[in-house]
Design a protein around this ligand. Structure first.
Ligand SMILES: Nc1nc2c(ncn2[C@@H]2O[C@H](COP(=O)(O)OP(=O)(O)OP(=O)(O)O)[C@@H](O)[C@H]2O)c(=O)[nH]1
Ligand SMILES: [Mg+2]
Length: 291
């Protein structure tokens, strides 16, 4: 089967064809696939937050909401621990059981290892592919606040940060920098004690809209969808430019990391042949080697 056949198959709803294509763009045939994709207007909604905050449960509820609008929906779950990729995580399958047999919902976990150019290059490629094969919405789950998660969050619009009620959690999240990437904050598990206090604490830390959720029961999901819609309505050229800039910087850094002269330049700095500024200039030059 040619790549064009796979694209036609995936557009017609074949999950196998979509899976094959996703594997290709995660690996070394990425450019070949990307070269023949038509541009599309796929929406990417990022969902991030600490382990166990309820990201997958919330995404499961959002899938339902967007399916209700007739959208085709893809879920990409970036799994920091697993070296495997291909299927969906067992836990996520359980939390998204309602959508398992829906051929217009694709659930895929993406391991952090084993991608050509790293995740920061693989995820945007996967998103472009999903848009081109007819998905309207991509829900992107990432855990935590490492550099790679922040880079990945840059492709999403909006990024929803999920937190839980708990003394000091809001302040902690602010300190850890999680709130910086938040376009919308959701306090999930609002059935637990202290949710109102957490919302109040968060108001002091962020200007992003704050939504209370009991994702496990679907409570507040309509409010979250409304906040996402409002965010899309308020989109501007300025914000699109900022997003493109963040994405380009992240890809450029990925490219720089794979430049052949990087290690030798670092050694030249350590040996005193170059200072770090000169070495950085050389890294950017067409032939990045020490003198
Ligand atoms: N009480 C309560 N529990 C919830 C709620 N939403 C999710 N949970 C539970 O919280 C646990 C974690 O939920 P997940 O949706 O897997 O959380 P996650 O953030 O995706 O977790 P990781 O992907 O492992 O980081 C599960 O046991 C859920 O059933 C909620 O609104 N209230
Ligand atoms: Mg999860």
């Amino acid at each position: 089967m040619t790549i064009a056949d796979l694209i036609a198959g995936a557009r017609n709803g074949s999950p196998r064809a979509a899976g094959r294509l996703l594997s290709l763009v995660e690996g070394d045939r990425r450019d070949e696939v990307l070269a023949i994709l038509e541009p599309s207007a796929v929406r990417v909604i990022g969902v991030t937050g600490p382990p166990g905050a309820g990201k997958s449960t919330t995404i499961g509820a959002l899938v339902g909401a967007y399916r209700g609008r007739g959208n085709r929906v893809a879920v990409l779950a970036v799994d920091p621990s697993s070296p495997f990729s291909g299927g969906a995580l067992l836990g996520d399958r359980i939390r998204m059981t309602a959508h398992i047999n829906d051929s217009d919902v694709l659930i895929r976990s993406v391991a952090t290892r084993g991608h050509v150019g790293g995740l920061a290059a693989a995820v945007p490629a996967a998103i472009r592919l999903l848009g081109a094969i007819g998905y309207d919405v991509v829900l992107l789950e990432t855990v935590g606040v490492g550099q790679s998660e922040i880079e990945i969050a840059a492709v999403a619009d909006p990024t929803v940060v999920i937190l839980n009620p708990g003394a000091g959690d809001a302040v902690q999240a602010a300190k850890a920098g999680v709130l910086e990437v938040a376009d919308i904050v959701a306090v999930n598990k609002a059935d637990r004690e202290g949710a109102e206090q957490t919302v109040r604490d968060l108001r002091a830390e962020t200007r992003a809209p704050i939504v209370s959720l009991v994702a496990a029961r679907g409570d507040g999901v309509a409010d979250l969808v409304a906040a996402i819609d409002e965010h899309h309505r308020a989109d501007s050229r300025e914000r699109r430019v900022a997003r493109a800039r963040a994405q380009m910087l992240s890809l450029a850094q990925t490219l720089l990391r794979t430049r052949p002269g990087l290690d030798r330049l670092a050694e030249a700095v350590v040996d005193g042949h170059d200072d770090a500024y000169t070495a950085a200039e050389k890294l950017l030059s067409p032939t990045p080697e020490p003198e």
